[in-house]
Ligand binder design. Structure first.
Ligand code: SF4
Length: 327
């Protein structure tokens, strides 16, 4: 995106060019990197194994480790306000997605489906045993239709995959008996810890590792967050995060026409269902399992590096080659 400032005679007095380089990061032309503030945190961790060990040694939950680390930069009130802001932004995004009718911009003529679905679900009532799953779908679709329309959502971990964490948080809030603000706080801080592991050890960029790094990581974050909100153990959190990634490995990025619409909107709905299932599976176990989250993260990154470039956000392969008429 180029920003230009003009004087009254229309002569350019300043220009700056910014690039979105994936994973929610932006750099300015000429800058080699985005500066990241140095800070000393009490509980640094570089892997899921370190995170679990640290938590075990100190008798802390994963969310508490993140909370203590965040306190190195912000006071407690600021952190809680920030998490509240994340949650309210997600809620506003879903609410807007439920209201906004019409066709998404870009030329594919994709109809916004989220507004009609809540009305149908409310009419049908709760007799269908998968009623909650229908709502999870529609929460995710509302967010990703908003994203496709240039609306505001929470990048979690990316905009294209923003529906997953938001939909699972809504599932917790609306369908889990006894859901609380504390539970949401644990949800988001735990999801953040898992997101950090992927960001630090692999990638959350579809252009670098395919959709497994976007929707796959979102699934892993949401699963971990949901286990935390349900007061699962740290081991169950790690297990749920691992299950969620394990079943997203190899997923390519092939948005039709370069628009984050097909398959992205439905992919978020499908992706939002997986973490709930992963959470349920993990919480029926003690946390012991064969493949670790660290191994799943490594497998994802290696698969992503091996993936041919055309499968990674080039819109030149897979679904993107379908002959859908633009008008
Ligand atoms: S297919 Fe590509 S653009 Fe669409 S959500 Fe996945 S990573 Fe993002």
């Amino acid at each position: 995106m180029r920003f230009s400032a003009f004087d009254q005679a229309g002569i350019t007095i300043h220009e700056a060019l910014y690039y979105s380089i994936g994973s929610g990061f932006i750099i300015r032309e000429g800058d080699e990197s985005t500066p990241i503030a140095d800070r000393t945190i009490p509980y640094p961790f570089g892997s899921a194994a370190q995170l679990l060990n640290l938590a075990e040694e100190r008798g802390l939950s994963i969310w508490q480790i993140v909370f203590e680390n965040e306190k190195a930069s912000h006071n407690e009130g600021e952190i809680r306000d920030y998490v509240d802001r994340i949650w309210s932004t997600m809620c506003q995004c879903v609410a807007r997605g439920f209201r906004a009718e019409g066709v998404l911009p870009g030329g594919l003529r994709v109809r916004r489906r989220a507004p009609a679905l809540p009305r149908k679900l409310e009419t049908e009532g709760e007799k269908d045993p998968l009623h909650a799953m229908d709502w999870v779908n529609v929460f995710a679709m509302a967010v990703n239709e908003e994203n496709a329309a240039g609306g505001r959502m929470v990048t979690a971990p990316t905009n294209g995959a923003a529906g997953v964490v938001a939909a699972v948080a809504h599932y917790y809030w609306i369908f889990v008996e006894g859901a609380s603000r504390d539970g949401l706080f644990w949800f988001f801080l735990t999801a953040a810890a898992i997101g950090i592991l992927y960001k630090e050890n692999a990638s959350i960029s579809g252009a670098e590792v395919g959709c497994q790094g976007e929707v796959g990581v979102a699934c892993s974050m949401a699963a971990a967050g949901l286990v935390a909100a349900l007061s699962g153990t740290n081991q169950q959190i790690e297990h749920a995060a691992e299950i969620s990634m394990e079943h997203n490995l190899g997923m390519t990025c092939d948005p039709i026409g370069g628009l984050v619409q097909i398959p992205c909107i439905e992919r978020n709905a499908m992706g939002a269902v997986k973490p709930i299932n992963a959470c349920r599976m993990a919480m029926r176990e003690s946390g012991e399992h064969s493949a670790s989250l660290d191994q799943a993260i490594k497998a994802m990154y290696e698969s992503g590096k091996d993936m041919q470039t055309r499968h990674k956000e080039t819109s030149s392969d897979g679904l993107a080659t379908l002959n859908i008429i633009e008008c």
